[in-house]
Design a protein around this ligand. Structure first.
Ligand SMILES: C[S@@+](CC[C@H](N)C(=O)[O-])C[C@H]1O[C@@H](n2cnc3c(N)ncnc32)[C@H](O)[C@@H]1O
Length: 367
């Protein structure tokens, strides 16, 4: 058999240098970009730049913000050399560029203000990036979990991380609302006209806020077991002056079902399943409760990552879904389309539709 030597290789084949540029160098820049973004956000530089843009331009349509190292260091009481190191690295990563209009000035690179600083922009991707940033500090837990008979990680996230994860899952909530409203126009019209919506596992209320703005005549109840999330959600209701149409309770789904007589047109269960106790009997009891809380013609809308089997052909960008695998690997029962349908078939619900659009999907479940 002929050995394949370097000279026999296809001329179009990629060289080691190309490959280095393709993933090694690119990934290093990507990794540092996430780190600089995360650090900049945690020490307050990004919020400072957003405030500065708001006060200088009085509009959300800002193309870039100019600043100096000394200014950031003074205003935020940060060590100058560290601000310099952060700035230099962010400059090298393409987050910033030199602004020649003043001496030793920098400005945010094109679109960086919209993508990474302005939280009010629909294009803002800071929350998923923030979640990736925090994941780095959970490596030790994941490392232990790899070891046979090692400690099973409990992923006790800090409040800062939980807050970020909530903001990220709320973004998925916006995407599922879009799919739902385009596919169920009549149902959504009914919701617009004084429907009732339960946000089960409402978290910090970010997703609830999106739905409450869109369905502005609907009445809502938000419940969650996390007291910090509940107090944040209550604040959100107060700030928006929604007390007459949104109630927030600290309650587990089964408990709430036991103590209320209310029935809802729509129940949202967005990004809750992967955080819910994995005991199958417990989950069945929760779905029994959800069924009892729904009107006969109501809809349970589930938004959750469906994680295909490793060797299934990848039809879309799976980065976020695949990362969920780490959170759930200890239970070894994350859902894919087939297993989630099987699970729903074992509950009192009788009709299940799976709708996939682009990289996102929803489950529409009925009695
Ligand atoms: C990732 S957050 C999603 C929050 C919200 N649904 C959203 O889309 O923004 C998941 C939330 O589910 C809550 N949760 C998990 N199990 C629950 C249960 N059995 N009853 C009520 N809340 C629950 C958690 O406390 C957490 O706040």
């Amino acid at each position: 058999m002929k050995e394949i030597s370097g000279t026999d290789q296809n001329k179009n084949e990629i060289s080691m240098k190309d490959q280095m540029k393709k993933f090694l160098i690119k990934s290093l820049y990507g990794f540092l970009t996430v780190l600089m973004f995360g650090l900049g956000r945690r020490v307050g530089i990004l919020d400072y730049l957003q405030e500065k843009a708001k006060s200088e331009y009085n509009t959300d349509k800002v193309s870039s913000v100019t600043f100096t190292i000394e200014e950031v260091s003074e205003k935020l009481n940060l060590e100058r050399n560290y601000v310099d190191a952060w700035t230099h690295t962010a400059l090298e990563c393409g987050l910033l560029e030199i602004d020649d209009s003043c001496e030793r000035c920098l400005r945010t690179a094109p679109y960086v203000y919209d993508l990474l600083i302005n939280r009010n922009q629909p294009a803002y991707v800071g929350d998923p990036l923030g979640a990736f940033y925090y994941l780095a500090s959970y490596q030790d837990l994941i490392l232990d979990a790899f070891k046979k008979d090692g400690n099973v990680p409990n992923f006790e996230f800090t409040d800062e991380v939980i807050h970020d994860i909530n903001r990220m899952s709320a973004r998925f909530g916006t995407l599922i609302e879009r799919i739902f409203s385009t596919n169920f126009k009549n149902f959504c019209e009914k919701l617009h006209n004084q429907g009732t919506i339960l946000a089960a596992g409402c978290g910090y209320g970010y997703n609830l806020q999106v739905w409450a703005k869109k369905y502005d005549k609907a009445r809502f109840v938000g419940i969650d077991i996390d007291p910090t999330a509940i107090s944040h959600a209550k604040n959100m209701v107060e700030q928006n002056k929604w007390k007459d149409r949104i109630e927030i309770f600290q309650s587990q789904i089964n408990e709430y079902a036991k103590k209320t007589e209310k029935k809802f047109d729509l129940i949202l269960l967005n990004q809750v399943l992967h955080e819910m106790d994995h005991d199958i009997n417990y989950r069945l009891s929760v779905f029994n409760s959800l069924c009892s809380l729904l009107k006969n013609d109501g809809i349970l809308l589930v938004g959750e990552s469906m994680i295909p089997e490793t060797f299934a052909p990848s039809q879309k960008l799976l980065l976020f879904d695949v990362l969920h695998k780490f959170l759930e690997a200890r239970f070894a029962n994350f859902y894919n389309e087939k297993t989630f349908r099987e699970f729903i078939d074992s509950t009192p619900f009788t009709r299940t539709e799976f709708i996939k659009e682009g990289g996102n999907s929803i489950w529409v479940i009925r009695k």
